[in-house]
Design a binder for this molecule. Structure first.
Ligand SMILES: Cc1ncc(COP(=O)(O)O)c(C=O)c1O
Length: 425
């Protein structure tokens, strides 16, 4: 670890939470250089929905490289890019009746968000954007302005320009409809909230703590946007690509966002991001928004093969099946340790155990790692243990990982009771 500590910037994060030197990985497993096996419930923060080194993807990549397929091409036309667009259109967009155009942005999520915000402002000739409490949209300046958690923001960045944060679904408690609340601000021209070009939202806030917007809330949000001529941007970077059970996380709500940002697992584990937009919004002049790494052809090859998972309903059915197991097994944990007042939230194959009341989450993640399970935290105060396994995980490994969490909570509680007993003895 010495070189990481001495040479790498203090900004490093996950290496501190998961202090091993990883070497190989397959499916839902990571292996460190000593060969120790870890179950991966983190999945590259949602990048590895199809698992590590999925052979469908890696064999295609090896073959592509061996035949000297073009790797870097900016936005020149390539066979790999054509195949990806054809596959996305035939397999995902057309069957869902979505006539989106595709913009290839720089290859990270925040690039897609920047692009969406810039285009929305340009099209609507308005600078304000509304985002939601606890939203996470990336850490470049525009995306940072619509990201809630102040850990990432410093007043000196001046990044809060042209963005307002309003309450997400449930933020004001179960009895307040936050869409009505938002409507009031838009109707009242003295509210101090400028009419926005766009509203950006996640359907399930990932980094924000697995806060799930109800389907009705999403429908009402769409309605509100239509009413006030505001563009609706769904940031599907973490919750898309099947995470909630359908390819796009908004499908169940039956809404059609004006723009959708997609990244993480779209590239089958390789860097890639796209912006999907209604065709009439595509008002760019040629080359007006550019970037050197928009033509990552290896990612296009990976993405094209990853999308074969969506050729029929089997994958979506499997996600629903395993999602149900997660909900049931985690529900049992909530009941078993009722004194911890854990809250369970989630959809599909993304679930969170919220330990806000007891502040146990950090200990659980580090103890889980000591027991060879990689699992991340989320939420404003890192109060949520976030279950994000690869979607291709087999049932046995899924249950094994959840059982580790059960055991870790039990051990931690036992130890805490011992300490309490000791201090009263
Ligand atoms: C919803 C959402 N948007 C945007 C981003 C930023 O993506 P990236 O880290 O690739 O810039 C993330 C990353 O976690 C995300 O979860």
């Amino acid at each position: 670890m010495r070189i990481f500590e001495e040479l790498e910037s203090e900004v490093r994060g996950y290496v501190r939470a998961f202090p091993a030197i990883f070497d190989t990985a397959k499916g839902a497993f990571l292996f460190d250089e000593q060969g120790n096996r870890y179950i991966d419930f983190f999945a590259g923060a949602g990048t590895l929905n199809y698992g590590h080194n999925n052979p469908i993807i890696s064999n295609a990549l090896i073959e592509y490289l061996q035949r000297d397929g073009i790797v870097h091409a900016l936005d020149k036309a390539t066979v790999a890019k054509r195949k990806f667009m054809e596959k996305l259109y035939d397999t995902i967009l057309k069957p869902r009746g979505l006539d989106y155009k595709i913009q290839f942005t720089g290859p990270t999520g925040t690039n897609a968000v920047e692009t969406a915000l810039k285009l929305a402002r340009m099209v609507k000739r308005r600078s304000n954007v509304i985002a939601f409490t606890n939203g996470y949209h990336g850490l470049t300046m525009g995306a940072l302005a619509v990201t809630g958690n102040d850990f990432y923001r410093d007043e000196s960045y001046g990044a809060r320009n042209n963005a307002d944060s309003l309450p997400f679904d449930g933020y004001l408690g179960p009895d307040v409809n936050t869409i009505d609340y938002l409507r009031k601000f838009l109707v009242d021209q003295s509210s101090g909230i400028d009419m926005p070009a766009a509203i950006i939202t996640e359907t399930v806030q990932g980094e924000g703590g697995i806060n799930v917007a109800s389907l009705e809330w999403l429908q009402q949000l769409e309605q509100l946007c239509r009413e006030f001529d505001i563009l609706l941007i769904v940031d599907d970077i973490q919750m898309g690509n099947g995470r909630t059970g359908t390819f796009f996380s908004f499908e169940e709500a039956g809404i059609k966002p004006d723009m959708v940002t997609v990244s993480k697992s779209i590239g089958g584990g390789l860097p890639m991001a796209i912006l999907l937009m209604r065709p009439e919004l595509d008002q760019w002049k040629p080359g007006e928004h550019t970037g050197t790494f928009r033509g990552n052809n290896l990612a296009f090859v990976a993405a094209t093969h990853a999308l074969t998972y969506w050729d029929n309903d089997d994958f979506a059915d499997a996600i629903k099946y395993k999602g149900k197991i997660m909900e049931e097994e985690l529900g049992k944990i909530v009941e078993k340790y009722s004194e911890l007042e854990i809250e369970l939230r989630g959809r599909g194959m993304v679930w969170g155990l919220d330990f806000e009341r007891t502040g146990f989450a950090g200990d659980i993640s580090s103890e889980a790692f000591a027991n060879n399970l990689v699992i991340e935290l989320a939420g404003a105060d890192d109060n949520v243990v976030k279950f994000l396994p690869p979607l291709i995980i087999d049932e046995e490994t899924l249950r094994e990982g959840i059982a580790i969490i059960d055991q870790v909570i039990g051990d931690l509680l036992h130890r805490r009771q011992q300490v309490l007993k000791g201090s009263t003895a």
